[in-house]
Design a protein around this ligand. Structure first.
Ligand code: BG6
Length: 494
């Protein structure tokens, strides 16, 4: 008998800007993600290419970059394929589909007075299709995008007014879908505003003369927005479950020297910081000490701390792809630089990432570490004692479509098998992990590099990085494997 309960949420995860396409259909406004152009791998070397400057955004709007290709505008055309795609998910036996609503599909500019009915109708159809198959939607309100207008006019989340715009949006979709959706996540990987301000917070960071000040201020606005969204959710439907979502990569110390252990502990605090605020409802002492040391002064309104304290989330969710490693003197060690964003602040909270030679590393710099998932679940449970959803996990890599339209992705099966096995141990030890939604259940555009050929899915989409292809869907070997895993409640991982 499996230890994984029969109501466990087995699913897959996506984001509107990487999945939907149809960027200019159905009354949708431009999103910050629509501005991200494709940079070929020969140039990017697999590093992150998702940041856009204010000047570039204006040029793009003025048509000065019309010769460029913007993959997130096209996604994998879920907008026109959603019935077929959800049917395939149902065939796999998925009981949960994590997706996001595109904020500019509902409020094209973000500060509009009325929502876009056509956008609302689209998600009605998507949710109805999920519910027809008994698939529970898990919905992110802002996954790496916001209406571009809010970035251009307000510099995104740096401006407190975004709290009200976000609440208007949240209220609209909560009321509209209150009988269709139970699980909600206000912000995807809320820590990303710190590392990639444009992606996480719609912020043109070149407008700021103090990156830390700007990003922590923007984060404060997102924290308050998240807490007020949670409050609103409970008022609209007391059955709603609201979750945090953290991009989690725990740091190991490079050696057992006490100074290395301290360096790793300090680095891990920048993971816990976000959940301390969202899940415990308070700014931790170490964060206040860090702010003081770095002259960061967060402007708060009178009730902000009480709002955070009174409206903590119901469950914690996180993405987990790899673990990290650091030490007291990282400058003397081999770096793991492939995915360090340009301009990343380097200090005790954001240390250089050094290579962990015990682990294999993918071409995109992801150090594969299934045991790290177990460590992460244990840590998050021990600290917060709230149910956990693994909202992203998976292997992004190239696949080959054979002439007979098969995809033999044993490497992906191996990655997922080893990670699910570690998650199972946690469940067997009594930790309430209530769901697992692996990333990109269908191939989608990469967030970091905008490649369409960096694939995570069980379902292959026939398209190259430039959108050439039939966009036909094909089942990978992992499709049949995951179907078996779900049917056996995680017992049969072979
Ligand atoms: C997570 C994001 O950080 O990682 C996703 O929430 C993203 O949006 C995923 O796609 C994998 O990253 P990438 O760059 O391989 O797409």
């Amino acid at each position: 008998m499996s230890q994984i309960p029969s109501d466990f949420l087995w699913g897959g995860a996506t984001a509107a800007n990487q999945l939907e396409g149809a960027y200019n259909e159905g009354g949708k406004g431009l999103s910050t993600a629509d501005m991200v152009k494709f940079v070929p791998r020969e140039v990017s070397q697999g590093t992150n290419t998702e940041t856009v400057t204010y000047a570039e955004a204006l040029e793009i709007i003025a048509g000065q970059h019309d010769n460029e290709y913007y993959p997130k505008r096209w996604g994998v055309d879920f907008y026109h394929h959603f019935k077929e795609d959800i049917a395939l998910m149902a065939e796999m036996g998925m009981t949960c589909f994590r997706m996001s609503i595109s904020w500019p599909r509902i409020f094209p500019h973000g500060d509009d007075l009325e929502p876009n009915e056509e956008g609302l109708q689209f998600y009605d159809q998507v949710f109805d299709e999920c519910l027809k198959y008994g698939i529970e939607p898990l919905v992110t309100l802002s996954h790496y995008e916001m209406p571009l207008h809010l970035s251009l006019e307000y510099n995104g989340w740096e401006n407190r007014k975004c709290i009200d715009f976000f609440l208007t949006y949240a209220k609209t979709v909560f009321e509209r879908y209150k009988h269709k959706v139970k699980y909600w996540i206000p912000f995807n990987e809320i820590n990303m505003s710190l590392h990639l301000p444009y992606t996480g917070g719609g912020i043109f960071i070149e407008k700021s003369n103090n990156k830390l000040q700007t990003t922590f201020q923007a984060l404060h606005h997102q924290f308050v927005a998240s807490a007020l969204t949670t409050k609103l959710a409970r008022e609209i439907n007391s059955q709603f479950q609201i979750g945090s979502m953290l991009g989690l990569s725990l740091y190991y110390p490079k050696t057992n020297a006490p100074e290395d252990i301290l360096a790793a502990q300090t680095a891990n605090r920048i993971n816990y910081f976000f959940l301390d605020v969202l899940s415990k409802g308070e700014y931790p002492t170490y964060a206040n000490a860090y702010f003081q040391k770095n002259q960061v002064q967060i402007h708060m309104e009178e009730n902000d701390l009480k709002i955070l304290k009174d409206n903590t989330i119901d469950f914690n969710s996180f993405s987990y792809y790899y673990s990290l490693c650091t030490c007291a003197h990282p400058e003397n060690e081999e770096s793991l630089v492939a995915f360090v964003p340009e301009g990343e602040v380097i200090d005790e909270f954001h240390p250089r990432k050094v290579r962990n030679n015990n682990l294999e590393v993918t071409d995109w710099g992801f150090q594969i570490d299934p045991i790290g998932l177990r460590i992460a679940i244990n840590e998050i449970w021990d600290r917060y004692h709230k149910p956990i959803i693994i909202s992203e996990n998976g292997l992004g890599t190239y696949d080959t479509l054979t002439t007979d339209k098969k995809i033999h992705d044993n490497y992906r099966i191996q990655y997922l098998r080893e990670h699910i096995a570690q998650m199972k141990i946690c469940v067997e030890e009594g930790i309430p992990v209530i769901g697992y939604t692996s990333w990109g259940c269908i191939d989608i555009v990469s967030a970091g590099t905008s490649e369409r050929t960096k694939r995570y899915g069980y379902i292959y989409v026939d398209s190259d990085d430039y959108g050439n292809g039939t966009f036909n869907r094909y089942k990978k070997d992992s499709f049949y494997w995951y179907k078996k895993v779900i049917a056996s409640h995680g017992e049969d991982l072979d």
